[in-house]
Design a protein around this ligand. Sequence first.
Ligand SMILES: Cc1cc2nc3c(=O)[nH]c(=O)nc-3n(C[C@H](O)[C@H](O)[C@H](O)COP(=O)(O)O)c2cc1C
Length: 238
Amino acid sequence: MRDPTETNHDETAAEENAQDEAGPIISALTNMLACNDLPDPAPADPMPLLLAWFEDARKSERYEDFNAMTLATATPGGLPSARIVLCKAIELQTPALVFYTSYTSRKGEELESNPHAAAVFHWPHARRQARIEGRVRQTSPQESDAYFKTRPLLSRIGAAASRQSAAIASRRDLIAEAVRTARRTMAGRELERPDNWGGYRIVPDRVELWSARTGRLHDRVLWSRSPESTWSARRLSA
Ligand SMILES: Cc1cc2nc3c(=O)[nH]c(=O)nc-3n(C[C@H](O)[C@H](O)[C@H](O)COP(=O)(O)O)c2cc1C
C-alpha cells in the first residue's frame, strides 16, 4: 500500500519545482506590460503613431527602402493582386498615404474599376507591422507634375518609355524605346510627365499597428472610422 505522507511530500516537491520554473515565465509575461510601443490606452488617432514608426524606420538607416509597402488591389470581382510600391508621404490632416505609379498598369486598372486598396509595411528592425486599408483616389495632375519633376532623369526617362505591365516583345525593345526617349530629351525637348503616370492617395478607413512580443503575445491595435468620422480604437488579441 502507498504511504500517503510520502505521496504528499512528492506532490509538494513537484509543485515547488513547477513554481520555480514558472517564476521566470510569469515575470517575462508580466514584464511585457511595461513595454508601451503601442500605448495603452491607444491614442485616438493612429496617423501620428504610424508616421512616427515610418520616420523611425527612415532614421534607423537599416533599409534601402524603409518606405516600401506591399500594396494589394483587387478586381471588381474580388480577385486580389499585390506588389511593392514606395510610400512617398504619410499625411496627417486629411489622413492619407501617397504613392506613384502608372495609371494603366495592372494595379492602375484594378484601382480604376475598384478604388480600394490595402497596404502593409514590415519594419523588422523594430519588429513592427502596419496595415492600412481604404479608398483610393488619384492625386491632381499638378501634384503629379510637381513630383515627377523631382525624380532623377533616368527614372523620368524610364517612366516615359515604359508601358508598365504591358507585354513586350523583348527587353531589347524596351531599352531601345528608353534610348530614343533619352535622345529626344538630350536634344532639348522637355520631358513631360506621361498622362498615364501619377500619384494615388489611400485615404484610410482602417489602420492596424502590430508590435511583436515574446511568446507570440503580440500587441495589436485596430483603428477604424467611417468616411468623415473620427477614429475608434480596439485592442486585438494576437
Ligand atoms: C522596392 C520596390 C519598390 C517599388 N516601387 C514602386 C513604385 O513606387 N511604383 C511602382 O509603380 N512600382 C514600384 N515597384 C514595382 C512594383 O512592385 C510592380 O512590379 C509594378 O508596379 C507593376 O505592378 P502591377 O503590374 O501589379 O501594376 C517597386 C518594386 C520594388 C521591389
